[in-house]
Write a protein that binds this ligand. Structure first.
Ligand SMILES: Cc1ncc(COP(=O)(O)O)c(C=O)c1O
Length: 400
């Protein structure tokens, strides 16, 4: 990802900043579009993963839909070129204002997570003289074999409607005159790497639940098979584009699909994770009693995933690549500047001998990175720099 030209360019930019490699984004979205067309499965990009306008505008221009989880995400998606009918609105706690705005905008579908939410959407649609297209998120009780904080489909979760409420749900839908029941939504978690067993099980469980609803007289026009495909955080250069081919193939082989039934997926991380790195500098090298610390100018305020989930991100010393002789290696604890012990990029990382001022890249940072940044410790937000702007007149100097 980083040739000499890019590293020399980074040297002129104030750190920390997010570097977006738009070629990787284009390649990734291209794969999704190709597989979507091949298997007849519509992909809605999960906006929560990254809300940068440039990224959204590109993704919408390729024909993907948007999967949103707040009113502001719906508004951002509309501003960035997604058409209303290509927007689905999920989330366990939609406010009245968010529901009202989404109804007025004419979004494609609400993915509802509780009976009370369906009741409220129906009441509001009725008051506005509109119809609401509603899909129901079902809790399929599947363990996605991923991190506890990003597992969403087990029975202990706050998400979705569980089987003990199915009868009441069917009754309610029968009474909601302003709701058009569209189908079922499943979501079991994020960063799923056991693709074959987990998605096979989800497809099988979805098939059984679809049959149950059909037996109660409801037509399931749409099945949304959520559950985010994982990315390779260990080897972003070896695996810059996730294996969408395999994912779409498994879904199309394992899901029993009725004629005319639409199938949706809602990838977020797998679309944007690998296209960005957080570029930082070594502020200080601190030699402890038993450990050596590299203190960077980027911290958990920029990218919270390591502090929040203990997530692994590959760290590279970019400046060391430009040194004439292959530098010695050293084991470091790489940390950020924030006053929290959890502000650690990685402990015991083997890196080239590093010095103050070295440029460091924290890789695979495009998903749940910039979007989760905060101003904790009153740090500034790190700006975004796009590979497309590196050369010539399009360089946007306000970033620096
Ligand atoms: C409802 C919903 N849709 C989509 C996603 C995106 O998942 P991922 O980023 O793993 O692809 C999530 C993430 O947890 C989600 O909760």
């Amino acid at each position: 990802m980083f040739d000499t030209g890019r590293i020399e360019f980074f040297d002129k930019v104030g750190t920390p900043f997010w570097f977006y490699d738009m070629d990787i984004l284009r390649e990734t979205v291209g794969q999704v579009v190709a597989m979507s067309e091949k298997y007849g499965v519509k992909a809605h990009y999960a906006v929560k993963a990254n809300v940068e306008r440039r990224i959204l505008e590109y993704i919408s221009s390729c024909g993907l839909g948007a999967d949103c989880v707040s009113g502001n995400e719906v508004a951002r998606a509309l501003e960035c070129g997604f058409s209303p009918e290509d927007i689905v609105f999920a989330g366990v706690g939609k406010t009245d204002r968010e529901i009202y705005d989404a109804l007025k905008a004419g979004i494609g579908m609400f993915n509802c997570e509780s009976l009370q939410e369906i009741f409220i959407i129906n009441a509001m649609a009725s008051r506005l003289g509109l119809r609401a297209r509603v899909s129901v998120r079902i809790n399929p009780d599947i363990d996605a074999h991923t991190h506890a904080y990003i597992t969403t489909g087990t029975c202990e979760n706050k998400f979705g409607i569980s089987p003990h409420e199915f009868d009441a749900l069917v009754d309610l839908l029968g009474k909601c005159a302003n709701v058009d029941f569209m189908g079922l939504h499943f979501h079991i978690g994020s960063q799923i790497t056991d693709v074959e067993p987990v998605y096979s099980l989800e497809c099988e469980r979805a098939g059984q639940i679809v049959s149950w609803f059909e037996s109660r007289g409801l037509e399931v026009k749409n099945i949304n098979l959520g559950g985010g495909l994982g990315v390779d955080y260990d080897d972003p250069d070896g695996c810059p584009v996730p294996d969408f081919r395999n994912w779409f193939r498994i879904i199309s082989e394992k899901l029993v699909r009725r004629p005319g039934q639409q199938v949706h997926v809602e990838p977020g991380r797998s679309i944007v994770a690998q296209c960005a790195s957080l570029i930082s500098r070594v502020l200080f090298v601190k030699v402890g009693e038993t450990r050596n610390f590299l203190i960077l100018d980027a911290g958990m305020n920029d990218l919270i995933r390591p502090a929040l989930y203990g997530a692994y991100h590959k760290i590279e010393n970019l400046s060391a690549c430009l040194r004439p002789n292959l530098p010695q290696s050293q084991v470091y604890d790489v940390v950020g500047p924030v006053c929290e012990s959890s502000d650690v990029w990685g402990s015991g990382r083997l890196l080239p001998l590093s010095v103050r001022g070295d440029l460091m890249a924290i890789r695979s940072a495009g998903a749940y990175g910039q979007v989760m940044s905060s101003r904790y410790n009153l740090k500034d937000f790190a700006p975004a720099v796009y590979s497309d702007d590196m050369h010539g007149a399009r360089l946007r100097t306000e970033y620096f």
